[in-house]
Write a protein that binds this ligand. Structure first.
Ligand code: FES
Length: 82
């Protein structure tokens, strides 16, 4: 990996992300929704500061993590919350 980047696994693919980015930013950059709503709509970060919970995602096997509040780390496994 080039300096200043980390590799995460996002919905089954590997993605290089700038170190220090939030998971929400990485998902937005990759065009992946954070979660799928109960009515089947793709949702992504809205407030970006931990209040709205629209950015919930499955991170390292833990559901409903607010991806705007989690910084990426090398080898992190992230999936769209369904
Ligand atoms: S974007 Fe609102 S809580 Fe994460």
């Amino acid at each position: 990996m080039p300096d200043g980047t980390v590799m995460i696994f996002l919905n089954g693919g590997s993605v290089a992300v700038a170190a220090g980015s939030t998971v929400a930013a990485a998902m937005l950059n990759a065009g992946q929704p954070c979660r799928i709503s109960v009515t089947g709509e793709a949702r992504t970060a809205l407030c970006g500061m931990g209040i709205c919970f629209e950015c919930r995602a499955l991170i390292d096997g833990r559901a409903h993590r607010r991806s705007c509040q989690v910084v990426v780390r090398d080898g992190m496994i992230v999936e769209t919350q369904r």
